[in-house]
Design a protein around this ligand. Structure first.
Ligand SMILES: NC(=O)c1ccc[n+]([C@@H]2O[C@H](COP(=O)([O-])OP(=O)(O)OC[C@H]3O[C@@H](n4cnc5c(N)ncnc54)[C@H](OP(=O)(O)O)[C@@H]3O)[C@@H](O)[C@H]2O)c1
Length: 164
């Protein structure tokens, strides 16, 4: 079942690497800006580990939806202890809801998503311990791509949007 207003946003390095020790593997202001511009005003959905990893929480000007089996809902947020209840809530929203990580939540929700917003980072991260299910991207079609030179990593970022 595809949920038309459900999208993933993620930054992915080589071999699907997305994180290490519950942190990102990079600090790229250009991508943080893109993330903020894309998600502002929209509900964002994350797992408990990603919630803990946020430098400032909740993310402002966005409804923060947190998935956790065992923790209670942080103040000012919405929480679910299972995917079906979370998806039922998403379907009631009139805006796109962005899945913002981490690895376990991407893996569980990608099959329901209509769109993927992927920032491709041409960087090798041998020490990664969190990965995106890149084998599933083939089920989507690339509909938009913008390249941007990121001085912070001296490399080109590719901001890609995919849709089913
Ligand atoms: N590159 C990127 O764009 C990006 C974006 C976001 C995150 N990340 C990285 O991803 C890594 C974190 O990923 P992760 O897989 O360890 O953690 P996560 O997906 O953020 O959170 C996992 C937690 O979510 C809860 N959970 C998982 N499935 C659930 C379900 N079906 N129902 C209810 N709750 C559920 C559980 O919390 P409880 O234990 O509380 O029950 C589980 O321990 C970090 O390194 C982070 O930096 C990267």
């Amino acid at each position: 079942m595809i949920v038309d207003n459900l999208a993933i946003i993620v930054a992915i390095a080589q071999h699907g690497a997305i994180g290490r020790k519950n942190q990102l593997l990079w600090h790229i202001p250009e991508d943080l800006k893109y993330f903020k511009e894309t998600t502002i005003g929209h509900p964002v959905i994350m797992g408990w580990n990603t919630w803990l990893s946020l430098p400032k929480r909740p993310l402002p000007n966005r409804l923060n939806i947190i998935l956790s089996f065992k923790h209670t809902c942080p103040e000012g947020c919405k929480a679910f202890s299972n995917i079906p209840d979370c998806l039922a809530f998403v379907k009631q929203q009139d805006k796109t809801c962005f899945v913002i990580g981490g690895a376990s939540i991407y893996a569980q929700l990608i099959d329901y998503c209509k769109q993927l917003y992927i920032t491709w980072i041409d960087k090798e991260c041998n020490d990664a311990d969190a990965f995106f299910p890149i084998d599933k991207i083939c089920h989507f079609k690339l509909i938009n791509e913008k390249q941007h030179f990121a001085a912070s990593i001296n490399s080109v970022l590719r901001f890609c949007v995919y849709e089913r």
